[in-house]
Write a protein that binds this ligand. Structure first.
Ligand SMILES: [Zn+2]
Ligand SMILES: [Zn+2]
Length: 210
C-alpha cells in the first residue's frame, strides 16, 4: 500500500497553496492508495481534510508536524490536538507516549552540506524515541535525502517517505510503501511501530512497474 505520509494543505498550513479537492484528485491520478495530512502544529487542517474526503471512498489519515529544538517531528496517532502546547521534544515525547503515538523526525538532514543554520546532524538523544527517520522528503535535495538514508542505516532505523507537498505538483514525489493494507490511523501507527514499510520515490516505483 502506497501512502504519501507528509502533506500540507491550505486548510491548516498558511504556507501551503494546496487545496483539498485538487489534492484528492491528484492523489488518485497518481495512483497513490492513501494520503496523510500533516499540518504544522495542529490537527485541525488534517481533520477538515478527513471531513472533506468523507464519502469519497479515498483514505485520508491525520498526522501533525511539530517543531522542536531537535528538529521538525512528524507525529502519527496523536489523539489530542497540539495547537496550543508544545515546543520541546521532551514535552512532545510525553504527549506521544500518553496517546500511543509514534514520532518520525522529518527531513533530518535538510540543508546538509551547506553552511546553513538549519543544517544539523541527527541528534542522538532521539534514538530509542523514534520509530523511523523520514529518509525521503520530496522538498529535500537528493543529497540531503542520501544523508538521511545513510543515517537510518547507521542507526538501524527504517525510513519513511513523504512529499512535504505545499503545492499540487509536489504531491506524491516521495512515498512510503507499506507491506500491509492500512484501514485506519491505529493500523497506520501499528505498521509504523512494526517497521513494515520502506521509502521510495514514486517515479522509481513506476519505473519498476510498481
Ligand atoms: Zn518541516
Ligand atoms: Zn512539512
Amino acid at each position: 500500500m502506497i501512502i504519501d505520509l507528509h502533506i500540507h494543505t491550505n486548510l491548516g498550513s498558511i504556507c501551503s497553496q494546496l487545496g483539498p479537492a485538487e489534492l484528492l484528485d491528484r492523489a488518485r491520478e497518481l495512483g497513490i492508495d492513501a494520503i496523510c495530512v500533516t499540518e504544522h502544529h495542529s490537527h485541525r487542517g488534517a481533520h477538515k481534510m478527513v471531513e472533506f474526503a468523507r464519502g469519497s471512498g479515498y483514505p485520508v489519515f491525520r498526522g501533525v508536524e511539530i517543531y522542536t529544538e531537535l528538529g521538525d517531528m512528524l507525529v502519527y496517532g496523536m489523539k489530542r490536538d497540539t495547537r496550543y502546547h508544545l515546543t520541546t521534544f521532551e514535552e512532545l515525547l510525553e504527549m506521544a507516549e500518553e496517546d500511543g503515538a509514534v514520532i518520525v523526525p522529518a527531513h533530518p538532514c535538510r540543508g546538509w552540506g551547506r553552511q546553513h543554520k538549519h543544517a544539523h546532524n541527527f541528534p542522538r538523544e532521539l534514538l530509542g524515541h523514534v520509530v523511523a527517520i523520514e529518509t525521503l522528503n520530496g522538498a529535500n535535495t537528493v543529497r540531503s535525502n542520501e544523508k538521511a538514508l545513510a543515517l537510518a542505516e547507521e542507526y538501524g532505523l527504517p525510513g519513511t517517505g513523504g512529499s512535504d507537498a505545499h503545492a499540487i505538483w509536489q504531491v506524491g514525489k516521495c512515498v512510503t510503501v507499506f507491506e500491509r493494507e492500512i484501514a485506519g490511523e491505529e493500523e497506520l501507527v501499528e505498521e509504523l511501530r512494526a517497521g513494515r514499510f520502506y521509502a521510495a520515490y514514486l517515479e522509481d516505483l513506476r519505473a519498476q512497474g510498481g
